[in-house]
Design a protein around this ligand. Structure first.
Ligand code: GLY
Ligand code: MN
Ligand code: MN
Length: 435
């Protein structure tokens, strides 16, 4: 592994700090029950600036004339390493991850006051973790206690996340490479699930096909709890039980992505359990697919974040008119929110280290203050239509839920879709043929 992408990001932060100091801790290990832990996942901001995978670690970035980046981490420990595995220890970690200095994490509380003393500003993820807030407050109080000796306490406290969110919104080449690989693996997982699907299978069997493909290809696992929703379960937006049988005449919606080197992919595909779309399933699917194509066409530099949502909405509203679920004009349907019973979410979100990634969506409070797209931003495009049984919906639409989701990179020319699981009706029916 090269530490350069991470040290370059630290360098950029140091340039922004002036003479300030930033303190950033990784996530703690969390107990699942009694003495066994959840699989460890680092803090995304910490990872973004370090690539350091161990818990019990923190970064201190010291700005000013001689900028320095410091890592605090666990010490080597032969006994613990026998039980739990390798630890870098400060010395090896500094070399491998490109830090100027590294110290045992146990020395952080003692060192913090001297690191923040006489600095104008302290940057910290305020309110993210109460224990860390208290440690920072203790360090500030310790410095304040030295004021009669002439030591000054930082008078400005800033949220480090606001600075990092802005950086994380535009992906660098290293991030784009990771995201492309995560997208490739997730695409393969969805293709595998389509090929494996048979009527009568349980939803969790398709979940297992995805997990197998993700791990087999070296991803860390699922990027978020996968949704494998047969029939009407697809109309429950966050359905994660995945424990029902798949009926031959129904569709199944899978929303699943993998995590690779910390980066998420996020794909949704909807396909017929039996391998062939019925006429009404086809009709709904084509509306959602057209909405997605229109939305992708609206992703380009200079467009606002809401433009692609509006593009999808127009196609979906026209589709709902064609299905005779709403009457009047497309503009009227959008104005009055008449589409909302069947399309109740937005058309996408930022994607990166977090599946719903860091970064503002608006630059102000006015209706049209949406962020303008720039090359390097990555987002999902995921329109859908959901016909929950009831609500006066004609019976032939009951239980049809369709979403199609891809991951898109804004480029200088427009955008690149880097997920590629079968998507058109012809592609899906072809990959599902069992002859
Ligand atoms: N999988 C979460 C989402 O699509 O937003
Ligand atoms: Mn999504
Ligand atoms: Mn999704």
């Amino acid at each position: 592994m090269t530490h350069q992408p991470y040290s370059r990001r630290r360098q950029r932060v140091l340039e922004r700090l002036g003479d300030g100091v930033a303190v950033l801790a990784t996530a703690p290990e969390r107990l699942r029950n009694r003495d066994s832990h959840y699989p460890y996942r680092f803090d995304s901001y910490f990872w973004y600036l370090s690539g350091f995978p161990e818990p019990d670690a923190a970064i201190v970035l010291v700005g000013g004339q001689q900028p320095r980046s410091l890592l605090f981490c666990r010490e080597k420990n032969e006994e613990r390493e026998t039980w739990d595995g390798f630890r870098y220890g400060p010395e090896a970690a500094a070399a491998a991850f490109g830090f100027d200095e590294a110290y045992p994490i146990a020395s952080l509380d003692q060192k913090l006051p001297e690191l923040i003393a006489n600095r104008r500003a302290l940057w910290h993820s305020l309110g993210h973790d109460t224990a860390w807030d208290q440690r920072i407050a203790a360090a500030l109080n310790s410095v304040r206690g030295q004021s009669r000796g002439g030591t000054r306490t930082p008078g400005e406290i800033h949220d480090l996340r606001s600075l990092l969110d802005e950086m994380r919104l535009i992906k660098d080449a290293h991030e784009i490479d990771n995201m492309r690989r995560a997208a490739d693996i997730a695409s393969a997982g969805h293709s595998r699930a389509m090929r494996a699907c048979r009527p009568g299978m349980a939803e969790y069997e398709l979940e297992a096909e995805l997990a197998y493909e993700f791990r087999r290809r070296g991803a860390d696992g699922h990027a978020y709890t996968p949704i494998v929703a047969g029939g009407a379960n697809a109309c429950i937006l966050h359905y994660v039980a995945n424990d029902k049988l798949l009926a031959s005449q129904s569709l199944v919606l899978i929303d699943a992505g993998c995590e690779l080197a910390g980066y998420a992919s996020d794909i949704t595909r909807t396909f017929p359990v039996g391998g062939l779309f019925s006429a009404v399933q086809r009709e709904v699917y084509e509306i959602v697919l057209s909405a997605q194509q229109a939305a992708i066409a609206a992703v380009c530099p200079g467009a606002s974040f809401t433009d692609y949502h509006q593009a999808a909405l127009r196609v979906l509203a026209q589709g709902l008119i064609d299905l005779k679920l709403i009457s009047g004009s497309v503009d009227g349907a959008i104005e009055s929110d008449a589409y909302k019973p069947w399309y109740m979410h937005r058309t996408g979100h930022w994607l990166g280290l977090d599946v719903h990634d860091a970064g503002d969506y608006k630059t102000g409070t006015a209706d049209d203050d949406w962020v303008r797209l720039l090359p390097g931003m990555t987002l999902t495009v995921e329109p859908g239509l959901y016909f929950r049984p009831g609500n006066g919906i004609p019976e032939h639409l009951h239980g049809i839920g369709v979403r199609i989701e891809d991951d898109v990179l804004v480029t200088a020319e427009g955008c690149t879709v880097y997920t590629h699981a079968p998507k058109t009706i012809a592609e899906i029916e072809e990959v599902m043929r069992h002859d």
